[in-house]
Ligand binder design. Structure first.
Ligand code: NAD
Length: 480
């Protein structure tokens, strides 16, 4: 059977790239999903020029036109969530229910921002001067460059593309090299809407060519990036140096505190969900479990029993809880962090080994590492896989200190039945998102998402706060 080929979408046309890259299923490496066109910097510049030409037309569109485009995309994603969810699971490796859930979430994000297009607020105020009126309103930023990581192949593109278009911007979008399939399906849906030609462009390709072209081009007024800290910092340096607006969501080392008074069963479920589901490949995954001394041994034992029941396997098979790691490089990184932890004196008391299944894929047993110290690399660096470490804390105060003892600040969680500690933790956890008796991963689509410290840069994404990044404020004075 011929492997299907998928093109770039530039200026309203499907165009071939300078090469094509195979999209390989991590659950079964003999399954090549398709060949995806790769752009070079020149094709990226063509897409940027098309987006720049489309600016006036889309900026002049009415709220109703924007609503209609975004709502139609949301409806189609919902109607096709099983088919697109299957593609997502096939290329990224999260289980089919997780893949379908992500597509439904992307749909709701489009529908939310369809509504926001109708509700873009402004202010009308009297001036401090007599017979003068003041109007404060929002306008599009211009052309935005959107760069996304591999771990949420459709939700992260959705939470950048939907607000960008809702507020009247034109878009050049570069998905991660590993997961072009879901992004291509989303682009194909957008290509059938009433968007003007060039208002939305899909430019697949290497970060160093396509992403860098976005960073360098004066025609890209704003860049929204999600990915690693190293890449994010490079983008911040390059784009801010030429005065562009930048928003970055980057890494995490998210703590989950378990206090003595926690409901043990609920705490274990919260930790297992937050640390290992979606193969632990979530920027909000809880990878550092800080457990109070009075519950530590019971918690570790209950985790071991619960984890032994997790079914790791092909992402599309029924009954599988945890799919494969995304690729060989990420699997090697997970195993290497486990080696480092062992060399530093900790132990993986369960999991960590690679697993063989009836297809060749990147299967790894979720690992729980105990006997760790705060300074160990496993407690300081992002692994980005199904690996969590346990730190023992004397009491709440020490647990809070250990939770905040990190350069990152994306999500932070606590399991407790104490109102006093839950309230204090919500106030004092150094993170953009705080969860009480809930997994650190798993957020709503209609409220802000983002972190503090090294995890984030620039205004928040999602919810009404997305307007801060995707619009610029104009103040008009009118003599009456
Ligand atoms: P990555 O930084 O390697 O790549 C992210 C994107 O940047 C890709 O599309 C890549 O092609 C592009 N890129 C690479 N070099 C570039 C350059 N020089 N210029 C412009 N673009 C470039 O990250 P990844 O491995 O795809 O994703 C994993 C990381 O993403 C983890 O660190 C994870 O924590 C983070 N992440 C963060 C969030 C969040 O919201 N905070 C969400 C998901 C993932």
């Amino acid at each position: 059977m011929n492997t299907p080929e998928y093109h770039l979408y530039i200026a309203g046309e499907w165009v071939p790239g300078v090469s094509a890259r195979p999209n390989v299923n991590p659950s079964d490496t003999s399954d090549v999903i398709g060949l995806y066109a790769q752009a070079d910097a020149e094709l990226a510049r063509r897409a940027i020029a098309a987006a720049a030409r489309a600016r006036p037309a889309w900026a002049a569109s009415t709220p109703q036109q924007r609503f209609d485009v975004l709502d139609a995309v949301g409806n189609e994603l919902l109607a096709r969530k099983e088919e697109i969810g299957r593609m997502l699971s096939r290329e990224e490796g999260k289980t089919l229910p997780e893949g379908m859930g992500e597509v439904a979430r992307a749909a709701m994000i489009f529908k939310f921002f369809a509504g926001e297009a109708l509700r873009t607020p402004g202010d009308l105020l009297p001036s401090v001067r007599p017979n003068v009126g003041v109007e404060v309103f929002r306008q599009p930023v211009g052309t935005v460059g959107l760069i996304t990581p591999w771990n949420f192949p459709i939700a992260i593109p959705a939470w950048k593309i939907a607000p960008a278009l809702a507020y009247g911007n034109t878009v050049v979008f570069k998905p991660a090299e590993l997961v072009p399939g879901s992004a291509w399906l989303l682009a194909e849906i957008l290509s059938r809407t009433a968007l003007p030609k060039g208002a939305f462009n899909l430019v697949m390709g290497a970060g160093s060519a396509v992403g860098q072209a976005f960073v360098d081009s004066p025609e890209v007024q704003a860049i929204s990036f999600t990915g690693s800290v190293a890449t994010g910092r490079r983008i911040i340096a390059g784009a801010t140096a030429r005065g562009a607006k930048v928003q970055c969501e980057m890494g995490g080392k998210n703590p989950l505190v378990v206090l003595d008074d926690a409901n043990l069963e609920q705490a274990v479920e919260t930790a297992v969900q937050g640390s290992y589901f979606s193969t632990g490949q979530r920027c909000t995954a809880s990878s550092k479990l800080i457990v109070a001394a009075g519950i530590h041994d019971r918690f570790v034992q209950a985790m071991r029993e619960r984890m032994a029941r997790l079914n790791v396997g092909h992402a599309l098979r029924a009954g599988v809880d945890i799919g494969p790691v995304v690729d060989e490089r990420q699997l090697a990184q997970n195993l290497s962090y486990l080696d480092i932890a062992r060399r530093e004196g900790a132990q993986a008391i369960i999991g960590g080994e690679t697993l063989e299944r009836d297809t060749v894929g990147y299967f790894q047993a979720p690992a729980l590492v105990t006997g760790t110290e705060p300074g160990m690399r496993i407690n300081r660096e992002e692994v980005f896989g199904p690996v969590a470490s346990v730190l023992r804390a004397r009491d709440y105060d020490e647990a809070l200190h250990l939770a905040n003892d990190t350069e990152f600040g994306l999500a932070s969680g606590i399991c407790t039945t104490s109102l006093k500690y839950a309230t204090h933790f919500r106030q004092h956890a150094q993170a953009g998102m705080v969860m009480v008796n809930l997994p650190t991963a798993g957020v709503d689509y209609h409220v802000p998402f983002g972190g503090t410290k090294a995890s984030s840069y620039g205004p928040r994404e999602q919810g009404r706060h997305a307007a801060e990044f995707y619009t610029t404020v104009k103040t008009a004075y009118i003599a009456s």
